[in-house]
Design a protein around this ligand. Structure first.
Ligand SMILES: Cc1cc2nc3c(=O)[nH]c(=O)nc-3n(C[C@H](O)[C@H](O)[C@H](O)COP(=O)(O)O)c2cc1C
Length: 264
């Protein structure tokens, strides 16, 4: 990953999911250009593309009663589309999508991963897709109305959806306390990653020369792959490592392993 992405490190702490946007504030041309560029350029893995749509399309965000996700007022969205035949498409989509979401955060925009409460049919009417492609998730983009409405408070469980599990619950392997600073930074950044219904399905095994991400728990499934969440955590690990001056490489693993980040 390019060192220019270090600026995403700050965005990790700032990012949170926003579901209500100010309809009257459209995106400035320079922000649209920056988003187009990151979607075009941030392609560290094959088989996933991100397509921005810079017009309001409320119809894409449908509300499923009894489920979650009311998104309103967004002037733009990005669709994350994956190759059905790529065995690592979920972790790739999480990793790439989160890079783009952190770029949006750095640009001062609100976002929200949406992999359940959206209409794949409506999105496919707007974006052309090949037979081998699958719509993995979308994110609204725009200027968020701070989550003060009762609807938002309910959707975020009155703050519960932002709570994260403790490091002790997530870490195995070598001692976290005695780990080098970059490992602690990377695990702290991964802990802050968003996951579907905040299920935080990841675990992190600390090793001599790196960190292995694995699926630790099942939790609520919602038909969204745990490996997609883990791909998001991977991006956070690598950004934090780069910020600490550490470069590494990912090696993908069989389930329940996801990928091992090894210092190079
Ligand atoms: C893969 C994925 C899918 C998600 N799907 C939805 C969704 O369909 N609707 C929704 O409102 N939020 C969705 N979310 C947002 C999560 O609920 C949110 O990230 C989590 O509760 C943590 O809160 P935070 O993002 O504010 O830190 C999704 C998040 C991820 C990572």
């Amino acid at each position: 990953m390019d060192t220019s992405f270090i600026r995403w490190y700050e965005a990790i702490a700032k990012r949170r999911s926003y579901r209500t946007y100010d309809k009257s504030k459209i995106l400035e041309p320079e922000k649209i250009e920056a988003l187009n560029n990151v979607c075009k350029e941030f392609k560290p893995f094959p088989g996933v593309r991100a397509t921005p749509v810079t017009e309001p399309r409320e119809d894409v965000f449908k509300f499923i009663a009894g489920s979650y996700g009311v998104i309103s007022g967004a002037p733009a969205f990005i669709a994350f589309i994956g190759d059905k035949n790529n065995p690592n498409v979920n972790e790739y989509a999480g990793y790439i999508g989160e890079g783009i979401i952190l770029e949006a955060t750095a640009l001062g925009l609100g976002s929200c991963w949406v992999a359940a409460a959206f209409s794949a049919g409506k999105t496919a009417d707007i974006i052309e897709m090949n037979d081998n492609e699958r719509l993995m998730a979308v994110t609204p983009l725009g200027y968020a109305v701070q989550n003060t409405s009762i609807k938002d408070k309910v959707m975020t469980g009155f703050g519960r959806t932002h709570k994260r599990l403790s490091v002790e619950k997530l870490v195995t392997g070598l001692s976290y306390e005695q780990s080098p600073e970059w490992i602690k930074d990377a695990i702290e950044a991964a802990r802050l990653a968003p996951s579907a219904v905040n299920r935080q399905p990841w675990g992190f095994n600390i090793e001599e020369d790196g960190i292995t991400v694995f699926v630790r728990s099942s939790g609520t499934d919602f038909n969204i792959s745990y490996r997609l969440d883990c791909g998001i955590a991977m991006l956070h690990i690598e950004v934090a490592a780069l910020n600490a001056g550490i470069r590494g490489k990912w090696e993908f693993l069989e389930s329940p392993g996801v990928a091992r980040f090894r210092v190079v």
